[in-house]
Design a protein around this ligand. Structure first.
Ligand code: ADP
Length: 486
């Protein structure tokens, strides 16, 4: 690692403003998925560490919530500027532990920082209402107050941005946070902690607990009465478990879970645009995002044209080491992830699908680099239709009518992102309204931005991140009824 700010490389937990070894003294390894090199031994936080962090966050809440909005805003802005200033270092750490190409990692750092800037601005706009009273002597006022200590559990696919997207609105609202990053990518989180010290956050406002004991730390968070809110991004399976765990203390919850995004190409679409949109929506982060195009549906009259152009563009993507210039698709995160892609492809092939390009690892049998893959002759009985693929595999389905494709697109328990390409404006409205997803990309494969509400419906979760709505998940509305005004 060759960092211009070496202190960004931290391996201990961050509790009450300081980096600390775990009370157990134990550590775990973090590896580079490209070559499996061990990058660091990181503190393995325990129940006791978690309790200490929660207590620190609870103490800090009494201080932080009383800061004026503009004071909180200024500290958040400092943090934002520091993230941009050190974007190259942060991106390097991210690529090393996660695998995504450096250009994509830098994009993530900027995207992540943009939430900090946005919510630094929103901090000053957390308005209440005055409501006309229901009786002559009554006056009614609402205020919005921070929910309290927030626990955040985040995944490995966006090790930096999934943290800032939760933490920035929480801090802007006046909450304090205890974060459990993914065990696969704790280094990006700890680098953000270092910058939080430099930005001037009081001790305890931000706490970070790296651990391989996800269950133990998660349970300590959800059992705690001091933690008033849980924000989770990850699999639907773990999300459901955490919701159950939050029931006993009736916590406020936000859940950003899995997806099974349809990507529909109608016959009047601009084919070249649709191809490049599909490439962007499918292969970013080697297909490992919850909004990746999972099922591509192409109208029969343009099916051959689209498929040919798409497969050609897929083959042109350079795969390999994320640190190397020009790499478009990096390694997958871990062996389990590659095996899950192999299983889905095997299922498709035994049921009659054909691989047009890709379909194997690059290099050795244990390589985590998987060729960008395109599959045709697929149908709705296959796992490529039902499962969240979470890898660089694109199945291309054929459809005839609008009605048929909307039905197929909605035939999933998930409801996060969806995409379609077409020109007919009436059809665009009809389809956008009919898709049962929280987000719809129309003639674009790139929908993530700070200014828009990100989130899902159905088993993809609830709550919205980013935009003017992002603060709502971190505040409670209190209503005051003033009587005797006569
Ligand atoms: P993925 O399949 O994308 O890794 P997970 O839902 O398994 O998604 O992981 C997302 C986050 O949830 C990670 O930080 C992981 O450590 C954490 N996690 C997994 N299982 C649990 C659990 N039982 N309790 C708390 N956190 C968990």
């Amino acid at each position: 690692m060759n960092l211009s700010h070496p202190s960004l490389f931290q391996t201990n937990a961050f509790i009450n403003g300081a980096f600390k070894a775990s009370e157990s003294g134990n550590t775990f390894e973090v590896a580079n998925p490209f070559n499996k090199d061990i990058l660091a031994q990181v503190a393995n936080s325990t129940k006791a560490d978690t309790e200490e962090a929660i207590q620190a966050a609870s103490n800090a809440f009494q201080v932080w919530k009383k800061f004026t909005a503009s004071k909180r805003s200024r500290i958040l802005k400092n943090w934002y500027h520091l993230q941009l200033k050190h974007a190259d270092d942060l991106a390097q750490i991210l690529t090393l532990e996660q695998g995504k190409p450096l250009a994509e990692a830098k994009g993530e750092i900027k995207y992540g920082a943009s939430f900090v800037e946005w919510f630094a601005e929103e901090a000053r706009r957390i308005y209440g209402d005055t409501i006309p009273g229901h009786q002559a002597d009554k006056r009614i006022v609402t205020i919005k107050q921070p929910v309290g200590v927030v626990a955040a559990i985040t995944p490995w696919n966006f090790p930096s941005a999934m943290i800032t997207r939760k933490v920035a609105p929480a801090l802007a609202a006046g909450c304090t946070v205890v974060i459990k990053p993914s065990e696969l990518t704790p280094l990006s989180a700890l680098a953000l902690a270092q910058l939080s010290i430099e930005a001037g956050f009081p001790p305890g406002v931000i706490n970070i607990l790296p651990t391989i004991n996800a269950v133990e730390v998660g349970q300590t968070m959800t059992n705690s009465k001091l933690v008033r809110k849980l924000s989770f991004t990850g699999s639907t399976k773990v999300g459901k478990l955490l919701m159950r765990q939050c029931a006993d203390t009736v916590k406020k919850i936000s859940m950003e879970l899995g997806g099974n995004a349809p990507f529909i190409v109608f016959d009047d679409a601009d084919m070249d645009e649709a191809v490049s949109g599909a490439i962007a929506a499918k292969y970013r982060n080697a297909g490992q995002t919850c909004i990746c195009a999972n099922r591509i549906f192409v109208q029969s009259s343009v099916y051959d044209e689209f498929t040919e152009k798409f497969a050609k563009a897929v083959k042109e993507q350079k795969v390999g080491n994320g640190l190397e210039e020009g790499t478009i698709v990096g390694p997958m995160i871990e062996e389990k992830a590659v095996q899950s892609v192999e299983a889905v492809l095997e299922d498709a092939q035994t049921k009659g699908a054909d691989i047009i390009t890709g379909g194997k690892r690059v290099g050795n049998n244990d390589s985590l680099i998987y060729e960008p893959t395109v599959v045709k002759n697929v149908n709705t009985d296959m796992l490529v239709f039902k499962n969240e693929i979470f890898g660089p595999v694109a199945p291309i389905f054929k459809f005839d009518t609008e009605e048929e494709v909307v039905k197929m697109a909605n035939d999933t328990n998930y409801g996060l992102a969806s995409y379609f390409y077409g020109r007919d404006y009436a059809r665009i409205w009809r389809v956008a309204e009919a898709l049962e997803f929280g987000m719809v990309g129309i003639n674009t494969g790139m929908i993530s931005t700070t200014v828009a509400p990100f989130g899902g419906v159905k088993e993809s979760g609830f709550g919205r991140e980013g935009s003017k709505y992002g603060i709502d998940d971190y505040v409670e509305i209190k209503y005051m009824c003033w009587g005797g005004v006569s």
